[in-house]
Design a protein around this ligand. Sequence first.
Ligand SMILES: C[S@@+](CC[C@H](N)C(=O)[O-])C[C@H]1O[C@@H](n2cnc3c(N)ncnc32)[C@H](O)[C@@H]1O
Length: 160
Amino acid sequence: MEGIDLKDRSVIELGAGTGLLGIVVTLLGAHVTITDRAAALEFLESNVQANLPPELRPRAVVKELTWGKDLDNFTPGAFDFILGADIVYLEETFAELLQTLEHLCSERTVILLSCRIRYERDLKFLKMLRERFSVSEVHYDSSKDVHIYKAQRGSRRDDF
Ligand SMILES: C[S@@+](CC[C@H](N)C(=O)[O-])C[C@H]1O[C@@H](n2cnc3c(N)ncnc32)[C@H](O)[C@@H]1O
């Protein structure tokens, strides 16, 4: 929605699926690491290649990131933004997802998660997130019933 200046910012997307968010963020000027599980990567890579103009392709890197696994492949604090669209839905992944956010996040990193709260368990994730990060709801789209939560380490609540 262009409310955030992404020009030359460093961004990682978790659970990218088709890669739509990562592609849009690349078009908005960021350097983006677009990640998902191994099984999703081939389709993700082809989507990213097909939907970015050649001159922007070097700005988007598709990489495996299964939450909680091999996190040393990602430098802590290397990203200005950590993004996730509709990735809070499997309770068995909540601890690993949180571990991944903690690994990637520095004091200056902003985490933005868009979520539809479908089940009681999704609220459990938000509670776990609030125990480790300072969390606020920055947007709610009532037509789609989608919340966007912003999380940061410590008590900082800076504007973008
Ligand atoms: C509901 S889809 C959302 C996809 C995309 N972000 C979107 O909004 O269309 C959830 C995504 O999370 C990924 N995912 C689920 N469990 C994961 C895990 N343990 N590690 C990494 N990605 C995972 C899935 O492969 C899938 O792409």
